[in-house]
Design a protein around this ligand. Structure first.
Ligand code: NAD
Length: 360
């Protein structure tokens, strides 16, 4: 989606299949944002709230549409009963980001009557979830002491690790990551938990980040080589793990990439899911579908709905390993990319459950 090209919002939600977009504003607190509800066939639309300085309004609309759609497929493929939604808040100079700000936002979430359930995302944390929960019960990812599931990042990292091992297994018949050169691009919450798992397996860890403190936090605890952010795509590696931003696999990076596997946490890693998915296949790079292997975080929130259980969370997340292998195998017999195959499987579940829901 081009952020500089203004598009008719109704055309966009029609083509992407969204059910609802809710714009909200509060002059008192400087709160401005959008809640996107993509599809609620499987259950209430759950997805985090992102607060970000967008370059323009179109960029904010594009982001909420893309992210909420992604949540629909993520919950579907991992087999949980949630729909897809996401919220963005525009980080503007008037945004106070204090208790009244988050509680006012909680009221907007409450107004949707449970059709949308919010959680953490980039720029938000468990403290903000606690403020939101003072105005609505439709919020997950609350702190542990409130009976919540806490930070979802460790579970997300665990799922990504399983997806990486499944990829290695598919490629070589052995899922060991020992000695594999793995580039973790973005060593924030998920990236650092992932490194902890990779270090236990004696992988050779490469890291790149624009945040010096996060780089230091890794190098002071683990053996890891720092790579300049501009050299990520020119570096020889076995596995590329995008754990920062989306759309890093695109026309300008794909030809340079020197890896045999891509498996990471970032949402929407392929700039174009169909074109770039197929191009990776042509290049012989195995792509672990992002919305499957990073689904641990949404599972963590899901199990909070009925009272958080670590066993249930990790039990569901464990399925990522076999599901990743199944998708690779299904893609073997077609020209389709692995992401394309994964999307079809996710859509098939939504369509089939939609049909039985109509039966009384
Ligand atoms: P985070 O904000 O904690 O970490 C992101 C890191 O990426 C930061 O250290 C940041 O400095 C770095 N970064 C930003 N731009 C960069 C660049 N150009 N090059 C290298 N590094 C850069 O976020 P997180 O919670 O760790 O999530 C990472 C990614 O995974 C995000 O795309 C997020 O949407 C996705 N994700 C996260 C979860 C979760 O449970 N936290 C779940 C699913 C998906």
């Amino acid at each position: 989606m081009d952020n500089n090209k203004q598009t008719n919002v109704f055309d966009q939600i029609e083509s992407m299949g969204h059910e609802q977009l809710m714009f909200f504003n509060d002059n008192e607190t400087g709160l401005k944002g959008i809640i996107g509800i993509h599809n609620t066939t499987l259950g209430p639309a759950l997805g985090g709230t992102r607060i970000w300085k967008y370059e323009n309004e179109q960029a904010a609309i594009n982001d909420v549409l893309r992210l909420s759609r992604g949540m629909t497929f993520k919950s579907s493929i991992i087999g949980i009963n949630l729909g897809g939604g996401k919220a963005i808040i525009i980080d503007n100079p008037k945004a106070k980001k204090n208790e009244p700000f988050w509680r006012r936002y909680g009221k907007f979430v409450e107004n949707l009557g449970g059709k949308y359930i919010t959680a953490e995302d980039v720029g938000t944390n468990t403290q903000f979830m606690e403020y939101i929960s003072m105005e609505t019960k439709h919020v997950m990812g609350k702190p542990f002491y409130m009976g919540g599931s806490g930070d979802p990042s460790p579970v997300t990292a665990y799922g990504v690790y399983l997806g990486m091992k499944a990829s290695q297994k598919k490629l070589t018949g052995n899922d060991s990551l020992t000695g594999k050169k793995i580039m973790v691009q973005g060593v924030g919450h998920v990236g650092q938990y992932l490194i902890e798992l990779l270090a236990k397996e004696n992988a050779e860890i490469l890291i790149a980040d624009i945040n010096e403190d996060n780089l230091k936090s890794v190098t002071s605890n683990y053996k890891a080589e720092v790579i300049d952010v501009n050299n990520v795509y020119n570096t020889e590696m076995d596995i590329y793990a995008p754990c920062a931003l989306g759309a890093t696999v695109n026309d300008s990076t794909i030809d340079n990439l020197k890896c045999s596997i891509i498996a990471g946490a970032a949402n929407n890693q392929l700039q174009d899911e169909l074109i770039h998915g197929r191009k990776l296949k042509e290049k012989g790079i195995l792509y672990a579908p992002d919305f499957l292997i990073n689904a641990g975080g949404v599972v963590n929130c899901y199990t909070e709905i009925d009272g958080y259980s670590k066993e249930k969370t990790y039990g569901i997340t464990d399925n990522i390993y076999q599901q990743t292998i199944d998708i690779f195998n299904a893609a073997d017999n077609s020209e389709k990319g692995t992401q394309e195959v994964a999307l079809e499987i996710a859509m098939e579940r939504i369509n089939s459950i939609g049909k039985i829901r109509q039966v009384r």
